[in-house]
Design a protein around this ligand. Structure first.
Ligand code: PA5
Length: 350
């Protein structure tokens, strides 16, 4: 299979997802201008709940991993209906609810619960029912630019929610860290683009290394959330199953599944960070040995940059492009998500 034939890539991508991925740096720069209106009326909450589903929760995972390094306030990612009982008015909590379409019932339910409990809530959306709810209730909301698939709006979702926290007195990273992240994704937009041949394109190399096998993405303590993002991007863009796990937890369960002959049909991608603790590095080394002894193989991707926003956003970009080439290589259009849409249609009709 070649991924260097522009006709193959363009044929599989009639909605031009490649242009959205290439424009990701511009999306990030635009995200830095987005603020909530009316402004938030809460300072230094004691608990932050980041509510969202699917692609709209991916920014929350990245943000929570950045917060874990910096903040002394718990930041919880909530995927589901309602809100956890800990998010009550007495907890001095803040709910940040993201739904790109604005029509996701779980996220709407989280916002309605926040309103009922009088917990301050800010919405991130292009509009839909969530935009309407925010407008009629006078809730602070960040209006996101429209026209993307939600999972491709990661720059808006991650950086705008980071700004919301900063405006609430919880500074996750300074301007220099954000600038580093934007510079890195700008470099990656060139390095991973379809015009860059596979010999010099890490995303194409990874897609070729995976080939027809099942990808299994493993991160460490900081990169585990990005591993999950790779899995969901592969599922939605390439329409293929993928596994994801985080070290050390997967050393206590999923590692047992790395046996011959299934190992030969699975390709591991290890998301490494040069700042990972030595305990985690040792576990990656031993995991790779076990995978190879079982007849499987593994690729390693190293996070670039110094700050966590750059490391995580950079790895997420690499995952997005890898899933894009897995789609293109299989002749699959990465844009539509027909099964998701059908499921939502049936739920509405039920
Ligand atoms: O990537 C996608 O299209 C999905 O994972 C959606 O993000 C998910 O269904 C939730 O929709 P929304 O992001 O509009 O809230």
């Amino acid at each position: 299979m070649t991924l260097d034939d522009p006709r193959l890539i363009e044929r599989a991508d009639p909605h031009r997802a490649r242009e959205v991925l290439t424009a990701f740096p511009a999306q990030c720069r635009c995200a830095l201008t987005l603020v909530a209106t009316p402004p938030l009326a809460i300072s230094r909450p004691g608990l932050v709940v980041l509510a969202g589903m699917g692609g709209s929760a991916a920014g929350a995972d990245l943000l929570a991993a950045c917060c874990a390094e910096r903040l002394d306030v718990p930041v919880v990612v909530h995927r589901g209906y309602g809100l956890p009982p800990t998010a009550g008015a007495g907890a001095h909590a803040l709910v940040v609810a993201a739904s790109y379409s604005g029509d996701t019932e779980e996220t709407l339910s989280a916002v309605e619960t926040a309103v009922e409990r009088r917990v301050p809530v800010v919405a991130l959306t292009t509009g839909g029912r969530l935009g309407e709810l925010a407008r009629t209730r006078g809730l602070p909301w960040v209006e996101l630019p429209d026209g993307l698939m939600p999972r491709m709006a990661l720059g808006y979702l991650f950086l705008a929610s980071q700004r919301v926290l900063r405006d609430a007195g919880l500074a996750v990273g300074g301007d220099a860290e954000v600038a580093e992240a934007v510079d890195l994704v700008s470099a990656l937009a060139d390095e991973l683009a379809p015009a860059r041949p596979a010999v010099r394109n890490e995303a194409k190399q990874l897609a070729l290394a995976v080939g027809a096998r099942m990808p299994a993405i493993y991160g460490g303590s900081a990169t585990g959330g990005v591993a999950y993002r790779w899995k969901t991007d592969i599922e939605e863009n390439a329409k293929r199953f993928a596994l994801a796990g985080a070290i050390p937890e997967m050393n206590h369960n999923e590692v047992e599944a790395w046996r011959a002959p299934a190992a030969k049909g699975t390709h591991a991608i290890l998301l490494r960070d040069r700042a990972e603790p030595p305990e985690i590095a040792r576990r990656f080394t031993v995991l790779r040995e076990l995978i190879e002894e079982a007849g499987g193989d593994a690729s390693e991707c190293w996070a670039r940059g110094a700050g966590r926003p750059a490391k995580l956003l950079g790895l997420a970009c690499l995952g997005a492009w890898t899933s894009y080439y897995l789609a293109g290589g299989g002749g699959v259009d990465p844009w539509p998500v027909e099964r998701l849409d059908e499921l939502k249609r049936r739920l509405r009709a039920a």
